[in-house]
Design a protein around this ligand. Structure first.
Ligand code: GAR
Length: 218
């Protein structure tokens, strides 16, 4: 049996995407495992989810560091301690710069609640409603130094309905996030991802997976 890819997961909040990753990693044959969950917020419920699953946790509060570089160096040190091969941002609400990203080149994934490049930054679902688009969704992308600008790995779409408010639309998108993130992590862990310029290319996902995001074949 080949060793599973070790993912470090960074969180700031409730951690429903973390839960989706924990559940996926628990399935036999899934090619990744979660090495450590790190939160910049001590009260984040995501930490409870990790503890319940028996996963190592750490709190690294950005406010305790005089600079972003020092905060990022502390994150990197903790990830290395747990031998993380790659990093998944799952509702991690801090921007990461070169000090961090240079340590994990093309190995940092993020999930964003909008169809990038539309509606980057905060409040993706609200931005979609305010604009009046009829299709919304979520994106898993590689992280670069911009705000939600890195190569797109996978996307899933949902309709925007006439009576949607922000909460309804965000919940519909979140349900898709929970399917999409494990699927993207699987692809990366299986080594199917190559970077061509600013594009991420996924090598030959099985047709059933690629066509039906509702059935990520966990
Ligand atoms: C998710 O909707 C995620 O896409 C979003 O925060 C939420 C976290 O929920 N991330 C961003 O907006 C990043 N720009 P969770 O803690 O329940 O996974």
């Amino acid at each position: 049996m080949t060793a599973r890819v070790r993912a470090g997961v960074l969180v700031s909040g409730g951690g429903t995407n973390l839960q989706a990753l924990i559940d996926a990693c628990a399935a036999p044959g899934f090619p990744a495992e979660i090495a450590v969950v790190i939160s910049n917020v001590a009260e984040a419920f995501a930490l409870e989810r990790a503890r319940k699953a028996g996963i190592a946790t750490a709190v690294i509060d950005h406010k305790a560091f005089p600079s972003r570089d020092e905060f990022e160096a502390a994150l990197v040190a903790r990830l290395r301690e747990h031998r993380a091969d790659l990093v998944c941002l799952a509702g991690f609400m801090r921007l990461l710069g070169g000090t961090f990203l240079r340590q994990f080149p093309s190995r940092v994934l993020n999930i964003h609640p909008a169809l990038l490049p539309a509606f980057p930054g905060l409040h993706g679902p609200r931005q979609a409603l305010d604009y009046g688009v009829k299709i919304a969704g979520c994106t898993v992308h590689l992280v670069d130094e911009g705000t939600d600008t890195g190569p797109v790995v996978a996307q899933a779409a949902v309709p925007v309905l006439a009576d949607d408010d922000e909460a309804k639309l965000a919940a519909r998108i979140l349900a898709e996030e929970h399917r999409l993130y494990p699927l993207a992590l699987r692809w990366v862990a299986e080594g199917r991802l190559t970077i061509e310029g600013r594009k991420a290319r996924v090598e030959a996902p099985p047709v059933a997976e690629g066509l039906s995001l509702r059935n990520p074949g966990r």
